[in-house]
Design a protein around this ligand. Structure first.
Ligand code: SAM
Length: 177
């Protein structure tokens, strides 16, 4: 496979998953785009989800002018500085869909980025919320459902936050038997 083949496959998987997630998304909750880049995937998401609030995180916005988010939805700065205050503002479990395409060309930086981001993203997703990622994340409250989407292993990564299991108070457990 040439590098061109590989890039086309990755972009096709990305588009197919954004389309799938736009249909599968919970009716309420925020949408987060992590990494604006030149705005390709943001443009796709806003077209597929015209009625949703989409917040975009980017440290150095330089997208095509047609693909710039409205000012109040563009969170500029290093994500490790901006995401904690975003979580304080909206609360945990506020996101129905997160698309994380925040990698650079450096694999070591990318895996450190993913492991530092993982706990925050795990916290942000609402029950049954979806995360699509250009890499794997460690999300203890989520299931890796990539195989169910038909995307070949390793090309893109899909997680769904598990529904919370409410623990039954001790007395009720006895009554339930
Ligand atoms: N999805 C985009 C598209 O389709 O055009 C491409 C995103 S590009 C691969 C990754 C982006 O993440 C870059 O624009 C980079 O500046 C941004 N980025 C990387 N690390 C970041 C960080 N720590 N905080 C904020 N933005 C970051």
């Amino acid at each position: 496979m040439t590098r061109l083949d590989s890039a086309i496959r990755r972009l096709t998987a990305q588009r197919d998953l954004l389309d799938w997630a736009s249909r599968a998304i919970d009716p309420s909750g925020l949408v987060l785009e992590l990494g604006l880049g030149n705005g390709r995937t943001y443009d796709h998401l806003r077209t597929r989800l015209p009625d949703r609030e989409i917040y975009v995180f980017e440290r150095a916005p330089a997208a095509h002018p047609d693909c710039m988010p409205p000012e109040e939805y563009l969170i500029v700065g290093d994500i490790f500085e901006t995401l904690p205050s975003f979580i304080e503002r909206f609360g945990p479990h506020s996101a129905a869909l997160i698309h994380a395409d925040i990698g650079t060309g450096d694999e070591e930086v990318n895996s450190e980025l993913a492991s530092r981001l993982s706990p925050m993203l795990d916290d942000l997703l609402k029950p049954s919320g979806l995360l699509l990622g250009d890499r794997s994340f460690q999300l203890p409250h989520c299931s890796d459902i990539t195989a169910r989407t038909g995307i070949p292993k390793g090309r893109y990564f899909v997680y769904r936050r598990k529904r919370e299991r409410h623990s039954v108070p001790h007395g009720l457990q006895a009554n339930a038997r």
